[in-house]
Design a protein around this ligand. Sequence first.
Ligand code: NAX
Length: 332
Amino acid sequence: MAESIKVVVTGAAGQIAYSLLYMIAKGDVFGQDQPLILHLLDIPPMMGVLEGVVMELEDCAFPLLRQVVATAEPDVAFNDVSSAFLVGAMPRKQGMERRDLLAANVKIFKVQGEAIDKFARKDVKVLVVGNPANTNALICSKYAPSIPKENFTAMTRLDQNRAQAQIAAKIGVPVCNVSNVIIWGNHSSTQFPDGSHSAVEINGSKKPVPDVLKDDNWLRSTFVETVQKRGAAVINARKMSSAMSAAKAAGDHMRNWFKGTEPGKFVSMGVVSDGAYGVPKDIVFSFPVTIENKNWKIVPNLPINDFARKMLDTTAKELEEERTEAISIIEA
Ligand code: NAX
């Protein structure tokens, strides 16, 4: 059997982590032949709850789980880790302004970036789930200059999975028959869920989704809005934000990063923009990517029509504004 790898989950006492830790420890992310040491980070007031989570992990008797380290110290949590799920973040409280939320999170992701820089493996793969995920990932990477910026990503996989499910339901096929749905931009209501390059397998043959649907209007309106507002719809119904589906998406994101994407398929990840598709550099923007040998590559040369151009520009603008605000907080 392979040597154990260390994996950290922050916000480990929270609701997403409760589902995510199960998936990781069971072998659904890094494989059934990969033993694990789990590092769980949360804040001091949550250490009691975290103790309960540790007990449950022990009681699951997972064959792959070799050790669990629960801590409130970033230096301990990030020590020697190969993979980091940054789930913990300051939630938006009533009466809190956007800037206050950003300020609280800039502080958290600065501290964690510094700890990653000092203590994590240099090839650590970082996935930021905690919101505002894209800008948090950018800040984190800025404070970890010894780690390649390609190693910092933000989660838009939940949006992708939601989009894939909407298209599958509309056509009436199993969700696994739909591929290559794209989420462009920010994990926010400005994101652009794009079904125009997606494909569907029907009776063993693959067809472009727009040709099967024959309803571009749906793809540009109802579909986009449903995916953009799906998080709010779940909160309305459940009185709590998406957790099981968010954990599943985080696992999907990291599994693809470690194990690669299937031939002919791509997935969406928030990555530091290199200027592809006319997107400004130095923002964490969700692009379609393929992954091989743990390296992601933005899918090149997809045609971008006028509608898509407008959508890409809107979400990029929001990310530039978030970056400006975050940097002004840091420099204040
Ligand atoms: P919970 O409030 O249940 O859990 C968050 C946990 O993070 C708490 O235990 C808290 O004590 C901890 N925490 C806070 N500050 C911390 C710090 N500095 N270090 C370590 N831990 C810290 O939230 P949950 O529902 O699990 O959601 C976590 C984050 O995911 C939120 O920011 C949420 O907005 C975000 N989401 C992101 C999604 C995405 O697609 N990118 C979708 C789901 C989710 O809304």
